[in-house]
Design a protein around this ligand. Structure first.
Ligand code: SAM
Ligand code: SF4
Length: 457
């Protein structure tokens, strides 16, 4: 099974075999990438081995075009919500590792989850990513399901959370069925590293089972969760191997289930309290951007997620070359929103508030989006892929992005970027080619100004 998903020998051979790619090879690969049909492993191998700054620039341009043609100008924003840091694993990179006795573990009560949710709604968020350690005694699946239900039930004057994505440990099919019943958006799970030896060296506890982690997506899919998010903790091992493995895993999911990953996340190792690990595969900023661009063109239909682990400057460039979703105003301490006590899972580099992030996104000409329409309209799994592959998802994204950003401006943005934001809305509204759709979006934007909320295509 493992070999069907990741063939380490084959990936290593490709990395070796595509070393020092010629200019001709790279230009050919970039030309193919521009067709938005994805790349094979050898082609992606040439890109990860690319060194020339001039050709890297061309790759970034191609990646920017692919992102723009498939996902458009929008950038979807969300925040993580840590509900429990109890954990039975000893992952060498994480402050929540089991043997860390330097802080008192915390599991939020449902009322505390509600308070955290209220704070996030009142910042302007509409999408959350629920995070928890692995601990069957404290954070079993029923607790996670109750937490999600409570989040969805919270309504404030400023709105509600409309999509809850989940990032919890690998689970059984039965647990995934329960998770599915809680109406989650995407289920994300990071392989951390696809390199088995490194994986086994860095983990202790149930998570140390490489195969359990790698096959979790299959169990989730069979349990009915068809929006799956892949990821690697970049820095643990050679990033070129990890990037090709993510592509191989995406290909496997497509072949095995007919649906590739809904998203790929690119978390990069950050310092964390009590973590003494100095991982072997440190990724420079330039290589980090190169891997984003490579993944963007190799798996063009997938959403790509960057977090606040990265600095504002790195994020700014990453938005231009392939990222379509970003966390903002995040706190990685359990129950950390609105509190001063800090026991973060790891340190973050971008600690701006949501309004500051949005101000910058707008200044760069991107459309901040809080859209949650697809899964609420049933556009998940294969249905979503059939729209995103030919670039048709864009038709929904632009109007929905405009409507959700208009809501944000009305409810939270009556400060410095209100007029700039409205100019941006007018600009992208005019770019909707279909006249009927453009007029309908215009009508709905007017309704939002008059006070109507949560209208989407
Ligand atoms: N506990 C679950 C698990 O491990 O699958 C849920 C996810 S955990 C709360 C979120 C992710 O944080 C992990 O998958 C890991 O990739 C990432 N992480 C842990 N320590 C980190 C660090 N020092 N720097 C950056 N990311 C880190
Ligand atoms: Fe626990 Fe997840 Fe941290 Fe590992 S990464 S110690 S499983 S919370």
């Amino acid at each position: 099974m493992v070999k069907k998903i990741i063939d380490e020998k084959k990936i290593n051979a490709i990395i070796e075999g595509t070393k020092n790619p010629s200019k001709r090879t790279i230009l050919k690969v970039i030309e193919k990438a521009a067709q938005k049909k994805g790349l094979g492993l050898e082609e992606a191998g040439a890109l990860v081995n690319l060194r020339s700054p001039e050709l890297t620039k061309k790759l970034f341009e191609a990646a920017g075009c692919v992102k723009n043609e498939i996902y458009g100008e929008r950038l979807v924003l969300f925040a993580p919500l840590y509900i429990s840091d109890f954990c039975v694993n000893d992952c060498a990179y994480c402050n929540f590792h089991k043997s860390n006795k330097t802080f008192k573990r915390r599991k939020l009560t449902l009322d505390e989850i509600e308070s955290q949710t209220r704070l996030l709604i009142d910042m302007g968020h509409k999408r959350l990513l629920v995070e928890a350690g692995e601990d069957p005694a404290h954070n079993d699946i029923d607790y996670v399901v109750s937490a999600i239900k409570r989040i969805y039930s919270v309504k404030t004057e400023k709105g509600n959370i409309r999509r809850v994505n989940v990032n919890i440990a690998a689970a059984s099919a039965a647990d995934y069925r329960k998770l599915k019943s809680a109406c989650i958006g995407t289920y994300q799970l990071f392989q951390e590293t696809y390199h088995r030896k490194t994986y086994e060296a860095l983990h202790k506890g149930p998570k140390a089972d490489y195969e359990r982690q790698l096959t979790a997506y299959d169990r989730a899919f069979k349990a009915g969760i068809d929006d799956l998010g892949l990821g690697v903790l970049f820095g643990l091992y050679d990033w070129r191997f990890e990037a090709l493995s993510l592509i191989a895993h995406s290909m496997y999911l497509e072949t095995a289930h007919g649906v590739g990953p809904h998203t790929i996340s690119v978390p990069r190792f950050q310092p964390a309290p009590t973590v003494t690990l100095r991982p072997a595969g440190r990724v420079s900023d330039n290589d980090f951007l190169k891997l984003i661009a490579t993944l963007r063109v190799a798996v063009p239909y997938t959403g790509m997620i960057i977090s606040t682990r990265e600095s504002a400057a790195t994020r700014k460039t990453a938005f231009k070359i392939g990222i379509s979703q970003a966390s903002a105003a995040s706190n990685t301490t359990t129950g950390g929103y609105g509190e001063t006590s800090r026991h973060p899972q790891f340190e973050i580099q971008d600690d701006r508030n949501l309004s500051e992030v949005i101000g910058d996104v707008v200044a760069d000409g991107f459309l901040p989006s809080f859209c949650t329409a697809c899964y609420r309209k049933g556009r998940t799994g294969e249905t979503f892929m059939n729209l995103s592959k030919p670039g048709d998802i864009h038709k929904f994204c632009r109007p929905n992005g405009l409507l959700t950003f208009a809501e944000y401006l009305q409810d939270f943005g009556k400060n410095s970027f209100y007029s700039k934001g409205n100019e941006l809305i007018a600009f992208y509204l005019n770019k909707i080619e279909n006249e009927k759709l453009r007029n309908e979006t215009k009508r709905r934007l007017y309704e939002i100004k008059k006070g109507k909320r949560d209208i989407y295509f």
